[in-house]
Design a protein around this ligand. Structure first.
Ligand code: 13P
Length: 254
């Protein structure tokens, strides 16, 4: 049985004090592992808030993710952060290949792939983001684009490593727009992504990979999205900024 994983992506929001405050509020709602009924909870926070976030969630079932990292292990890369630096802080996950990183900072499938491999090597679990632009969908290229990003991102990633990889499907046109893919539309692409994983790793491995949906997910639309066969969680931006609304989505995943 694959895991249901609800992850927040705070993007460039919250100072370290704000992060600690929200996480204390969230921890009070989450209560304990038993209350989550098997749902796993992750919060992706900015680099400057990670240490506070790890501290604020100690002894709770909330895991912390970074939102990016360098593909390099160490060296002359001014301004960059390595996987080892994150791991040593107590960070468990890292969001990689988010559409904002691809569109604004020019990350390619090759860069994302190098980051995925560097994360795994350091013992961090990558959340590999893929997703088509509106024009891709309108020109009937949704599967092609997602297939290319998935295969590119996972190039050289072993079957054993796949136990530590989460895939997040985020249709770019649904991010921060209030427009959500209908549950049927999302399910169709999730099923395609699963079939692409079957091609790469075989049925047994593909069945175990958590595939999250991201793009204007809220407490109101989460139950229907999460009820789909191949939607195993969410990667949430706006609605993860407040503990109450994020917990509403977690509750829908139980
Ligand atoms: P929104 O939930 O704000 O649409 O953002 C989704 C996202 O980009 C999560 O990574």
């Amino acid at each position: 049985m694959r895991k249901t994983i609800i992850a927040g992506n705070w993007k460039m929001n919250k100072t370290h004090t704000e992060a600690a405050k929200t996480l204390k509020e969230l921890a009070a709602l989450v209560i304990d592992k038993e209350n989550l009924g098997g749902v796993e909870v992750i919060i992706g926070a900015p680099f400057t808030a990670l240490e506070s976030a790890v501290r604020a969630t100690e002894g709770t079932p909330i895991a912390i993710a970074a939102e990016n990292m360098s593909e390099h292990a160490s060296g002359a890369f001014t301004g960059e952060i390595s996987a080892t630096m994150l791991k040593e802080l107590g960070v468990e996950y890292v969001i990689l290949g988010h559409s904002e990183r691809r569109a604004i900072y020019g990350e390619t499938d090759a860069t994302v792939n190098a980051k995925v491999k560097a994360a795994l090597k350091a013992g961090l679990k990558p959340i590999l983001c893929i997703g088509e632009q509106l024009e891709d969908r309108e020109s009937g290229r949704t599967n092609e684009v997602n297939g290319t990003q998935l295969k590119g991102g996972l190039e050289g990633v072993t079957t054993e490593d796949m136990a530590n990889v989460i895939v997040a499907y985020e249709p770019v046109w649904a991010i921060g727009t209030g427009v959500t893919a209908t549950p049927e539309m999302a399910e169709e692409t999730h099923a395609f992504v699963r079939s692409a994983l079957v091609e790469l790793y075989g049925n047994a491995v593909a069945e175990e990979v958590t595939i999250q949906y991201g793009g204007s997910m809220k407490p109101g639309n989460a139950p229907e999205l999460l009820a789909q066969k191949n939607i195993d969680g969410g990667l949430i931006g706006g609605a993860a900024l407040e503990a109450d609304s994020f917990y509403g989505i977690i509750a829908a995943g139980k």
